[in-house]
Design a protein around this ligand. Structure first.
Ligand code: PRP
Ligand code: ZN
Length: 213
């Protein structure tokens, strides 16, 4: 049984619990010298040699935890930040988790140009970024908000196209979907809460991350 640490001087960093960014985030922190116990499925993990705990969260929730100050730092994709927390300051770009938010359609679809999306149903967990894209292109389409597994919606006829992240492309491929238009390019970034400035600066300089932008 892991003991949860409530000491007020300890900081918290939110990272993705599982998914594309989880391992790269852990590797980044290890490379900066942070040591963590082997995870026994807990969602809060105390660092053994720095006054910081890791919170394992859904990536979509990370901006809110950081904005409220419950987490002092977060590692999250620029895509999630743009969708959910564009107002939060970025401390550093991480050079990992590079991906694209794309509109993709089934291989045999007749959608060829952005205009072909007019009147179509597009499933996405990025309704804000998708609606901004459609407005920029002057297209009226209907957005089907979905919180995950967007790639299965065309084959189930819930949508004609999807707007989702592609990193290696293997998820799209597995569902016979082809990427057509890029909505946004993204990578992982380190974000910080608006609170506890001094304590955060101390931690960042300890791990040698003062001015990495
Ligand atoms: C994204 C996206 C796809 C997958 C694509 O998930 O939703 O499922 O990555 O990667 P691929 O092109 O390498 O197959 P993410 O890790 O962002 O997690 P989430 O969507 O479950 O939050
Ligand atoms: Zn997500």
């Amino acid at each position: 049984m892991m003991h949860i640490i409530y000491e007020p001087e300890r900081q918290r960093m939110a990272i993705q619990k599982s998914g594309r960014l989880h391992k790269a985030s852990m590797d980044f922190l290890s490379a900066r010298g942070l040591i963590f116990p082997a995870n026994d499925r807990t969602l809060i993990l105390p660092c053994e040699n720095f006054d910081i705990d890791l919170l394992y969260l859904r990536d979509d929730d990370i901006p809110e935890y950081v904005r409220s100050g419950v987490a002092d730092f977060g590692i999250v994709g620029e895509n999630v930040l743009a969708e959910k927390g564009a107002d939060l300051p970025i401390i550093a770009k991480m050079d990992f988790g590079r991906c694209k938010l794309v509109i993709a359609a089934p291989k045999d679809s007749r959608i060829r140009t952005p205009e072909d999306l007019g009147g179509k149903r597009i499933a996405t967990s990025y309704p804000k970024l998708l609606s901004e894209y459609l407005a920029r292109e002057g297209i009226e389409a209907s957005i089907v908000p979905i919180s995950g597994s967007t790639e299965i919606t065309p084959e189930l006829d819930l949508a004609d196209a999807i707007c989702d992240l592609v990193q290696t492309g293997s998820t799209l491929k597995a569902h016979d979907l082809v990427p057509l238009f890029t909505v946004m390019e993204s990578q992982a970034v380190l974000i910080e809460s608006p609170l506890k400035k001094q304590a955060k600066e101390r931690f960042l300089s300890q791990i040698n991350l003062k001015s990495k932008l």
